[in-house]
Ligand binder design. Sequence first.
Ligand code: ZN
Length: 133
Amino acid sequence: MTLPSPQRLAAIGSFHAHVYFDGPAQREIALALREQIGQRFSVALGRVRDGPIGPHARAMYQVAFDVASFGKIVPWLMLNRQGLTVLVHTNTRNERADHLSHALWMGEVLDIVDPQQLAADIEAEGPRPVNTT
Ligand code: ZN
């Protein structure tokens, strides 16, 4: 069997963690967790989204972090997610693959809504747009 050539780690520009919540009790936990994350790590915290926003099927917020921080933030979330569902995904130049196949789920695996809306090949070069995906 011949596999495709492995992708290089250098393809990963950064990571996102999306922390999902469902209902007021989980929202409260999620916001407290967001505060802890912000206190401990050098991350960019996204706005709290109180409803689904494409491609995310549930209310959530985003935590953006660099490649070097992965080994601290992801294990910390594994220990401290308090039962919340968390999606960690790569940011390469293929948003669709980042969400569908370069994805690491903690807890429940949720749907990725309308993945065909996600770019499969972002133009090389130029700054990455700030986005909610
Ligand atoms: Zn994302």
